[in-house]
Write a new protein. Sequence first.
Length: 326
Amino acid sequence: MTGGSAPVLRRIVVLTSGGDAPGMNAALRAVVRRAVASRVGVLAARRGFQGLVDWDVVPMAASSVAEIVHRGGTVILAGRSQAFVRPEVQAACAARLRDEGVDGLVVIGGDGSLRGALALERLGVPTVGVPGTIDNDLPGTDRSIGFDTAVNTVVEAIDRIRDTATSHERTFVVEVMGRETGFIALHAGLADGAESIVVPEVGVDADGVVERILRGRRRGKLYSIIVVAEGATSGYSLAQKLRERGVEARVTVLGHVQRGGAPSAYDRWLAARLGAAAVDLLRSGRHGVMVGVRGEAVVATDLAEVVSARPPFDRSLWELAQVLSS
Ligand code: F6P
């Protein structure tokens, strides 16, 4: 939505919501510093939307975001507010924001958080979303903040598992996050040469996985790594299916390890650009959108569009991974 001739932006609120993602701090820093440089007042709501519900907000200065660009997590805390889901609570938050003289909101988070952002936009709060989730499951951007770091974390973990898998000639099933999508599994599995990548977008084919393991053994391969996305099936269920087919496998569930750690250079770069762009859009009178990147360019996509679809899954990459590891 475009607000015609842009009124002067006076005061914004920023929040980080949903599961934290490496790079959220860097995005917060960019929002705050861009706002301060543009003489826009900036407040941070703590614990995501819950901070609006409780009006737990803190004024931010350029110095408030010093020394955080390299830190994982989010210094203003994150969360999935149960209260904020209720329409009457959302309406009360919108009214409070207006009463407090807030004329812009920046929501840094994933799918659920951007739904909350859209709800407030529809209630008259000019809102811009910044994609912050390790899952990379949002259309309107090539990458979400945190994905690159998470993939690197998974790759590092698999490298370590590979050492012990090789030494003991074992098969390992490594379960990774991604909610309903297989983007982390696909990217990490391709990068790490996993023998099989099991993702919800393709489906679970235990017979196919076993066939690949046995084919590898016939060629003299003494170990196998199978990466499974949590949205396809659990690592333990897959291992059970393999056991029923005569293949013993150890299971590693990487879990929240994937959400922590210092953000990669790419995630910091992305966070800097998108955080600043969110403030720039609000200042220009544009809102109701999520900022994202296409290649090097910053783009904006309607929030309604972002929350109504998933980005396309590149099956050719999955097939390439199969070819390269066979
Ligand atoms: O959306 C990020 C994410 O880490 C997903 O990959 C995962 O399914 C979920 O959050 C885990 O949520 P929680 O931290 O609430 O267990």
